[in-house]
Design a protein around this ligand. Sequence first.
Ligand code: DQQ
Length: 644
Amino acid sequence: MDVPDLKSPIFIPDSYSPSQQVDDSSIPTSSPGPPRRYLMLVLFAVSAVSLLGLVSPFYHGGELASDRAPATPLERWTLSRGTAEGVSEKSNGRILGATPVYPWTNAMLVWQRTAYHFQPQKNWMNDPDGPMYYKGWYHLFYQYNPDSAVWGNITWGHAVSRDLIHWLYLPLAMVPSHWYDANGVWTGSATLLPDGRIAMVYTGSTTESVQVQNLAFPADPDDPLLLKWNKSESNPVIRPPSWIGLTDFRDPTTAWYVPTESAWRIAIGSKDADHNGIALVYRTKNFVTYELIPRLLHSVNRTGMWECVDFYPVSTASKVGLDTSTGPGPGVKHVLKASLDDNKHDYYAIGTYDGEEGTWTPDDQEMDVGIGLRYDYGKYYASKTFYDPVKERRVLWGWSGETDSEKTDLLKGWASVQTIPRTVTYDDKTGRNLLQWPVDEVERLRQSSQEFSNITLGVGSVAPLDISKATQLDIEAKFEIDASALERAIEADVGYNCSTSGGAAGRGALGPFGLLVLADQDLSEQTAVYFYLGRGTDGGLGTFFCQDELRSSLANDLVKRVYGSSVPVLDGESLTVRILVDHSIVESFAQGGRTCITSRVYPTEAIYGGARVFLFNNATGAPVTAKSIKIWQMNSAFIHPYAA
Ligand code: DQQ
């Protein structure tokens, strides 16, 4: 294989050929570090001043963009071409055209392609669609542009896997073919009927860009790969109700069965005239004819268009997942999730479904859908769960878009990845949130590991972790903060907020401390994953979990943010984090998955052999001990075209 030229800028290709995976070992390190023996032994503390220097604003290529909803029609247009058509897609705002383009080299761009996350061979992908398990295979469909690395001409890509990790690309499952989906085969969900049939209900954008719901089913139910799909002759099976905007009616859920009615119910996201996010519910016996139920499943004021609504039961009594049709009852709560088109985040709430009334109520009104918890505080959207009958678990898929420029996506020839599927369970310790954890199968990719223990980090210190390679990792780490320092810290930052703080460089008495991944030897590039302890407005100590991308790359044509939120830490618990690093994606899970953050990062120096991992403690008032750290090298997944 040719070794790409590391330094020379590349040119826009005429066609968007897929990027090649490159064996790290064939690429020279861009910033060779000191000998490994030296690194392994040296645990150096640097002064607070020099640490701050390393993370100074000098390196801030990006801006700390706010999460507010776009205000004017013009701004909305600038943010997202798809929004004008009633959908969201890429929303990198001001970097789309304005910022000078960084001279990306082939080697840099090739490195960004992930090795064990799912992404198509080339071109654009967004939402996961219709995930399910069928006759021995996990199926993933996804919003896909077969022609380019930007959103448009949306079809359904299709891939299958035996284990949710290794995938075979299959031919497109559905393409725009009729007036009712001529402008795109948009998001939808699968329902497996008790007799083994599959009802796939999806949104079609019509020739007039009206959003309607359509039915499709496998042409050959005996084919475990479900290669061919037929669209119903009755399509569209649902048109928007008169009081709903014609472009505000999309993304049907998996249906749930209501035995008392001998019928199914399905929810569809929308918004009303007052900009309240709503979930409509339809009843159907055959998936061809539908009746709108007068009562909404739920609505939340001023949350705008709800995309990709998901609605499912969780067990409060065990870690076992529940089939979507499991009705309300003892030991069962229901989760409602909406993807907010206004700010491109996935919000969920746990609550109670009233089967008789057909309505859902959150346990805590203050933490309702769209104003409370998020699945992920980073780059994560349009997620969807399915029930896996084999392992009796609920599995969550989510789309992680790019945060570079569209121009760079065209250079790469691809855009977007799916996050590692996550098992979702109810957190019976807090009773207030879900736990998300990478499916067990990803652990099969773990190769050699290195362990470190009891590393004490003085205030303002950085310590390298000597590992052989650092671009495909699974990291588990446990931290403890000095107890007496905790008691002394009376003034610890009331009302801390990851996004508006100074990130990893913003120093407080009890944080930040954690890990720097995808860092180069002199820390000119680093993605910080960290905890920060501060006092809540009630005077009690709270823990925040954040991820700082501000120094993730020397390139300037990127969106870089500090993401994060509070994370519950119960009495007696250590601070724990798991981090999956896979080239341009960093997925982090704090406290067993109570708070999760996904970043897309594009280093220019901390790539191939130039990538390193460090521990850091930038607190001013407390030493921190990294009690245990285990780092596995991760194999690449086998993701290839299916040869019939
Ligand atoms: N993406 C689809 C829509 C959905 C949006 C179009 C969410 O159906 O609302 O590609 O990302």
